[in-house]
Design a protein around this ligand. Structure first.
Ligand code: BES
Ligand code: MN
Ligand code: ZN
Length: 495
C-alpha cells in the first residue's frame, strides 16, 4: 500500500446556493430549529407543536414533503439549542447529527438552510468529519455500513442562504478533509505507517502543493548531532526519518515553525509499557500527522505565511541495541540528557526537532505531541494542555484553537518545575523519579530547546484519539490540523 490514495469513497461535493431553502434539488433538506422559535412552514411547525421536532442540540426529526420537481423528499429538522448560545462548535455538532441521520436514511444529496450568520464553517466541517470512516482493512460485507445496509454515500452538501462566503466554505472543506487525511495516517497500523511511510506521504504532499521537502535518515540524524533523536531510534529496525517541509506563501508575516511528534509505535522501549491498550500507541505519531496534513492544506489555500514543519519519526522499541535507562546522550544544541526512562521518548526526539527548527530560523514555534499520560488525568479529552514561554504567542495559538473547537487550557511553566528535570550526571533528566506535575516537567524539558523563541507546546495525548465529540467518531480525531490552519490564516493577516 502506498500513500493515502486507496480511499474507497468519493469525497462529498460542497456548494453554496442563494435563494429559498425549499428550492433545492437535494433529496434531503435540513432546517435548524432554535429553542423558542417557530418554523416558517405550517406543516413543519406542527411537528414542533406536537413535540416531534425538538430544539435540543443533536435532536433530529424526519418529515416528508412534495419536492418541487415532483415526487417526495425528506426534511430533517435539526435541534440547535438556544440562539444566543449558538456557536461554530454547536454547528459542527448539529451538522454531525443531521449527517448521521441522513446517511442512515440513504440520502445522497443534502441541503442545509443556513440557520445563523457564519454557521457555514461548522456545518461543512461537522458533515465532512462525521462522514469519515476507516474500513479499508475490512473485507467486503464486514464494514459497519454494509452491516446496517447503508452502503451508499452522501454525494453532495449544499448550504442554502444569502451571502454565504465561498471563501469560508472552501476553508472549511480543505481543513476538514486535511483532518480526515491526518486521521488516515493515525489510524493506519504501525506496520503500515512507518517513519518511511510518513516521509513518503510528506513527499506526496510536497509534490502536490510545490513545497520543499527534505528528509534525514539514520546517518543524517546522527551526522547532524541529534543524539537524543538517534538514541530513541537506535533500538528499532525501522529506519527513522527527520521530515522537513517548507512552505513559503509570501514574505510577510513571521516565519512559523510547526513541530510534531511522530513515534509510529511507542512500546516504551527498555522501560516497556504494560500490554493493556499498548495497541493504541500506534497513535503516538498524531502530532506529526497533524503537522504534515496541515501544512499541505495551508499550501492548498495559499495562505500568505512562511512555515517550516519538522516531524521526527521513529519507533520506540526494546532490543539489544536500545538506549538503556541511565544512558547519557547529547542533543543537537549541546545539552546532555540522562535517559532515565526510555518511555519518555517524545521529549527526546522533540528536543532535536525543536533545535533543528530554530536553526532553520523559525520565529514562532508550536509543537504538537501525544506527550504525557498525565495530561489525560488532568484535562481528559475536553481541553488539550497548552504551555508557553510567550503570552502573545500563547494568545494567538489559544484563539486559533478556540475558533476550531480544539480548545486548550494553559498550564504553568516555572523555574521550580524546571529544577525537577535537572540531571544528576548530565544537564537534564528525561524522567525524574519524583512524579510531580509530569506534563509540566515534560514541557519544561522542551523549553530547554527553544530558549527565548516564542513557543507553544500542545500536549494532545487526551484528544488525538478517543476525543468523544460527535463529529470525531471512534479512533483518530485529526486533532490539531484545523487549529494549525487557522493559526496560519491569522498569522497571514497579522496576528
Ligand atoms: N506516548 C506516551 C504518552 C501517552 C500515554 C499518550 C498514554 C497517550 C496515552 C509517552 O511517550 C509516554 O510514555 N510518556 C510517559 C512519560 C513518563 C515516562 C515520564 C507517561 O506519560 O507515562
Ligand atoms: Mn513513551
Ligand atoms: Zn510516546
Amino acid at each position: 500500500m502506498r500513500g493515502l490514495d486507496c480511499r474507497a469513497m468519493p469525497e462529498i461535493a460542497i456548494s453554496a446556493r442563494e435563494g429559498a431553502p425549499q428550492e433545492t434539488a437535494a433529496d434531503t433538506r435540513v432546517l435548524g430549529l432554535f429553542e423558542g422559535e417557530r418554523l416558517a412552514e405550517p406543516e413543519l411547525q406542527q411537528l414542533v407543536e406536537l413535540g416531534e421536532a425538538r430544539p435540543g442540540l443533536r435532536k433530529v426529526a424526519v418529515a416528508h414533503e412534495d419536492a418541487p420537481g415532483g415526487g417526495r423528499r425528506r426534511v430533517l429538522i435539526a435541534g440547535l439549542g438556544k440562539r444566543e448560545d449558538f456557536d461554530p462548535e454547536k454547528a459542527r455538532v448539529a451538522a454531525s447529527a443531521a449527517a448521521t441521520r441522513a446517511k442512515e436514511l440513504g440520502a445522497v444529496s443534502l441541503s442545509w438552510a443556513l440557520p445563523d450568520d457564519n454557521a457555514e464553517i461548522g456545518l461543512v466541517e461537522g458533515t465532512i468529519l462525521t462522514l469519515y470512516k476507516f474500513d479499508r482493512f475490512k473485507s467486503k460485507g464486514e464494514s459497519e455500513d454494509e452491516e446496517t445496509g447503508n452502503g451508499g454515500a452522501l454525494e453532495s452538501l449544499e448550504i442554502a442562504g444569502a451571502d454565504i462566503s465561498e471563501d469560508n466554505l472552501r476553508r472549511a472543506e480543505v481543513a476538514a478533509r486535511a483532518a480526515n487525511r491526518a486521521r488516515d495516517l493515525q489510524n493506519l497500523p504501525s506496520n503500515v505507517a512507518t517513519p518511511t511511510f510518513l516521509a513518503d506521504r510528506a513527499r506526496e504532499i510536497a509534490d502536490e502543493h510545490s513545497l520543499e521537502v527534505e528528509t534525514l535518515d539514520r546517518e543524517g540524524i546522527i551526522a547532524k548531532g541529534m543524539g537524543a533523536f538517534a538514541a530513541v531510534a537506535q533500538g528499532t529496525y525501522a529506519e527513522p526519518r527527520l521530515i522537513v517541509l517548507r512552505y513559503s506563501g509570501g514574505t510577510e508575516g513571521p516565519h512559523l515553525g510547526f513541530v510534531g511528534k511522530a513515534v509510529t509505535f511507542d512500546t516504551g522501549g527498555i522501560s516497556l509499557k504494560p500490554g493493556g491498550k499498548m495497541s493504541e500507541m500506534k497513535f503516538d505519531m498524531s502530532g506529526g500527522a497533524a503537522v504534515l496534513e496541515s501544512i499541505g492544506a495551508i499550501a492548498e489555500l495559499g495562505l500568505p505565511v512562511t512555515i517550516t514543519a519538522v516531524v521526527p519519526a521513529t519507533e520506540n522499541m526494546p532490543s539489544g541495541r536500545s538506549v538503556k535507562p541511565g544512558d547519557i546522550v547529547t542533543a543537537m544544541n549541546g545539552k546532555t540528557i540522562e535517559v532515565n526512562n526510555t518511555d519518555a521518548e517524545g521529549r527526546l526526539i522533540l528536543a532535536d526537532a525543536l533545535a533543528y527548527a530554530l536553526e532553520q530560523g523559525v520565529e514562532r514555534v508550536v509543537d504538537l505531541a501525544t506527550l504525557t499520560g498525565a495530561i489525560i488525568v488532568a484535562l481528559g479529552s475536553t481541553h488539550v494542555g497548552l504551555f508557553s514561554n510567550d503570552d502573545d504567542w500563547f494568545a494567538a495559538v489559544n484563539a486559533a484553537c478556540a475558533a476550531t473547537g480544539e480548545i486548550g487550557w494553559r498550564l504553568p511553566l516555572h523555574p521550580e518545575y524546571a529544577d525537577l528535570i535537572k540531571g544528576k550526571y548530565a544537564d537534564l533528566d528525561n524522567a525524574p523519579e519524583v512524579r510531580k506535575a509530569s506534563s509540566i516537567t515534560a514541557a519544561e524539558f522542551l523549553h530547554n530547546f527553544v530558549g527565548e523563541v516564542p513557543w507553544v507546546h500542545m500536549d494532545i495525548a487526551g484528544s488525538a484519539w478517543g476525543l468523544g465529540r460527535p463529529y470525531a467518531g471512534k479512533g483518530a480525531s485529526g486533532f490539531g490540523v484545523r487549529s494549525l490552519i487557522e493559526l496560519a490564516r491569522r498569522a497571514g493577516s497579522s496576528i
